[in-house]
Structure formats: C-alpha cells, structure tokens
Design a protein around this ligand. Structure first.
Ligand code: GDP
Length: 354
C-alpha cells in the first residue's frame, strides 16, 4: 500500500465513525429525485464514505438513480488562486439561475489532508449564489487522495443530475493533477487567466492550455481592459497552432470581468454553442462514453491495487523482497513475480475492504 493509499484509508475510518447513513436506499433515491436538498447532501456524504457498507449502499442508490442522470452540461473551471474563479462562478451561477437553470457547484480540491483546508467551494466565497434556491454549492471532499476525491466528485455529479440540476460547475485550483482529473469528468473545460506576467508567472502548468476548450482572461475592467484585449489576441495566435482539446471545436480566448459582469453572458454563449455543435456531431456522446470507459479501467486498477497490497501475504513479504531488490540480489521482475505468486497462492478474501 502506498503512503497515499494508507492516508486515504485512515481518513475514511474517520468519516465512517462520524456519519453513519441514516436512510435506506429507497429513501435516498426518493429524496434525491424529489430534489430534497437535505437528502441530496446526505447522499453526497454517503458517496464520500469509503467504508464497505456505505459504499455498497451508495452503489445501490447510484444504480437506481442512473437512469435520471446525464442530462446536464458539465463544465470544469480552473485557474490559479486569485484568478477570480469564485467571483466568476457567483456571477455566472446567478445569471443562469435567473434564466431558469438549476446550478450545482462542486469542487475538486486535492489540498493536503494535513491542513484539511478546503480552498474551494466554501460557502462564504459565493454568498449570493449559496442563498439562491436554484443553486447548490458543495464544498469539496477533503482529506483524501486525488483518486478518492475523483470518485466522490464523479458520483456527486450523478447525484446532482438526478436531483434535477442541469448545469454542473466543477471548480479546481490549478495544482497537481487536478486539472486533468476535472477534464476527465466534464464536457467543457474553461481555463481562467489573468493578463500580464505570462504563463510562467501565472503559474499555469504546461499542458493546461492544451486541455482547455476556452481561455477566459478575467479582470478585463478599468485600466486592465486594454491589456486583456492584447492578451486575448496573443493567446488566440498561439491557440491557432495548437491541437484543439476537443476534435471539431476551436479553442479560443475570451475576456470578461467577473466583477462588472461584462462578458459573462458571452462566455456562456460559447458553452452553449459547444454543447449544440457537439451534440449534433455526436462528439459529446463520444466524449462521455470515452470518459466512462477510462473511468471503468481506472476503478478496476485501483481496486486491484488495493486488493493486492492489502493482501496479508503480500504485505508481509514486501519489505524483505524490496530489500533484496535494493541489495541487487533479486531483479525487479523476479520480485514482482514472487509477490504475484504469493498473492495467487494465498488468496485471502477477508482482507479486502477492511
Ligand atoms: P479565486 O481564488 O480564483 O476564486 O479568485 P476570487 O474570485 O477569490 O478573486 C480574487 C480577487 O480578485 C478578489 O479580490 C476579487 O474581488 C478580485 N476579482 C475577481 N474578479 C475580478 C474582476 O473581474 N475584476 C477585478 N477588478 N477584480 C476581480
């Protein structure tokens, strides 16, 4: 078991002991479909648990809700801290609620379990939106590995869709692998940027521009407006030479001011165009299928890995085998074979899920 996995497990022990599920699968399903906010919140807490009984119940609930999922536009939003993500989501979400949409805001926050500091999605950051009855803001599941947060967010998206939210905004701060993780669960991926300083200074990692469906230069107001227009033109020149993140869609740069609201309706128009064009071409359905396939494979890999390293024979043999490899007495291949033979000979079913 890796350090990360160990951390994930221990954090789960905590969540299991604190919040036992109170409802039956049918009560969760009924409450979510009736858009009961309190049942939705409890159902999310259930999918956030990793205790074996909770996971079983959660999967039962999800299975029943699956026919009611998928009917939303899923939008990922990333950008460095201070780019204006929460100000933007507040403005965009409020506009969408006024237009009759129902908006769920989720966050993928792989912040250190040590600080347990949820940088994202806390209610104080989107005060107006959090009071809107058509909006639902869920702080991110913290204190776990990115893999764990990933699963929880995907399942939370499904729960929100079943509860009738037709716009899902998934926010993440641009650290670690979180952008790629969010990219893998959304239809449209928006990168928020600031003018000046260049990518390096903005802390935008190489490759993030390549996975974006739109670049949005925020704070295009006051004295900054002119600079934002220049940056937009520069980015558009660069984008012209890059392979688009989505086949059949040209990623472009746009400007907005989350503070004044200028450009917010326009960027939403871009998202709607994207959805319409890719629905027509079949690209959207293909993307969701590819995401489901990848998700199946990565869940299977995770499951096998924890079964393997959680196996008592493997766990007890690992230190000596590892030491032999480090001393140069055993090749890595032979060592791996030895561990796999141990696993296959002494299968210990009771190990899994403890
Ligand atoms: P986040 O860390 O990406 O969520 O950024 P915030 O939304 O918290 O914004 C960081 C700071 O930038 C706050 O002080 C905001 O008031 C300010 N800000 C956000 N959007 C704009 C904008 O469009 N124009 C200006 N002038 N300031 C903005």
């Amino acid at each position: 078991m890796t350090g990360e996995e160990r951390q994930e497990r221990s954090s789960l022990v905590f969540s299991t002991s604190v919040r036992p599920p109170r409802l039956s699968a049918e009560q969760y399903v009924k409450g979510v479909l009736e858009n009961s906010r309190s049942v939705l919140a409890q159902a999310i807490t259930l999918v956030e648990s990793n205790s074996p009984q909770h996971m079983k119940l959660a999967q039962d609930v999800l299975k029943q809700l699956l026919p009611h999922t998928g009917r939303s536009i899923r939008v990922g939003i990333t950008g460095v801290p201070g780019a204006g993500k929460s100000t933007f989501i507040e403005a965009l979400g409020t506009m969408l609620c006024e237009r009759g949409h129902r908006v769920a805001v989720l966050a993928v926050d792989p912040s250190s379990p040590v600080t347990r500091g949820s940088i994202l999605g806390d209610k104080t950051r989107m005060e107006q939106l959090s009071r809107n009855p058509r909006a639902f803001i869920r702080p991110s599941a913290t204190g776990g590995t990115l893999g764990g947060v990933n699963r929880k967010t995907r399942e939370t998206i499904l729960l929100c869709e079943a509860a009738g939210f037709d716009v899902i905004l998934v926010e993440t701060v641009g650290v670690g692998q979180s952008e790629t993780t969010v990219r893998s669960m959304v239809d449209f991926f928006l990168l928020m940027m600031l003018t000046g300083g260049g990518d390096e200074l903005q802390g935008i990692k190489k490759g993030v521009i390549e996975i974006a469906d739109a670049l949005l230069i925020n704070k295009a107001d006051g004295e900054n407006k002119q600079r934002a227009m220049v940056a937009k033109a520069e980015y558009n020149r660069v984008l012209h030479y890059l392979q688009p993140a989505t086949a059949g869609w040209q990623t472009q740069a746009y400007t907005c001011s989350a503070l004044t609201g200028e450009g917010i309706a326009e960027i939403w128009g871009v998202v709607e165009n994207f959805r319409d064009e890719l629905t027509r071409s079949g690209g959207l359905a293909a993307r969701r299928q590819a995401q489901s396939r990848d998700w199946l494979m990565s869940m299977t890999e995770d499951y096998l890995r924890s079964r393997f390293f959680g196996h008592s024979g493997v766990a007890s043999k690992l230190p000596e085998v590892e030491a032999a490899v480090l001393r140069g007495e055993l090749s890595a291949t032979a060592a791996a074979q030895l561990l796999i033979e141990t696993y296959e000979q002494k299968r210990d079913e009771s190990e899994w899920g403890e």
